[in-house]
Design a protein around this ligand. Sequence first.
Ligand code: PGA
Length: 253
Amino acid sequence: MPRTPLVAGNWKMHKTVSEALQLVEVLLPRLEAVSGVESLLCPPSTALMPLSAILDKSRIALGAQNLFWESEGAFTGELSASMVAEFCQYVIIGHSERRQIFGETNDEVNRKILAAIAVGLMPVLCVGESLAENEAGRAAEIITGQLQAALKDVALSGGGQLVIAYEPIWAIGTGKAATPEDIDTLLRNVVRPTLAGLFGEQLSQEVRVLYGGSVNPGNAADFFGQPEIDGALVGGASLVAEDFVAITQAASG
Ligand code: PGA
């Protein structure tokens, strides 16, 4: 079953609303012109409402970078899944920066995934090992553990409800991308079988699995040429219109 490639831009804590509007003005017509690929923009929360008004009738999807699992209440500074779902189709959950800087645990990531799916948001679940774990030969064990913990008690009615982003931490923002062949092998031997164990073989084949970590216009085609890599979660290069468009074009084949 062919999986439509997804190229997602994680803007992180970049762009005021006016800067976001400027970037989208350039991106919108150019991304719309690329066929066979789904594009997803994940700006800071302040830009979600204005961008949703612009992207509403377009083929470009909008995503948040985080949410909180409670539905409402005294949780200063947080956004619930339904607040995010007012503007977005997707939400990034469990990014390594949230895990490392904000101490997010696998259990918290699981609660966020459950909250997202409950309101019909599609989570982009990030998993990945650190450099030390990679060098100790523990990548498979870490990734399997993260997937099983994050997806505990998750029930899917279709594989399209979930996206996985495999992002080795040592490749994020470092310019040091993993090799496409190694990523493909890891997705085939570790990520896909773990998903099959959780959701069954058929659903595991429908879930899109992205690679993330120093993807740029120069290396994107090599990643997208691998059968198990269904797209990319792009950080730095998603802030530059030319680069994000070029990466999206590479995913269209
Ligand atoms: P990068 O970030 O492309 O800047 O390495 C990827 C990410 O953190 O999602």
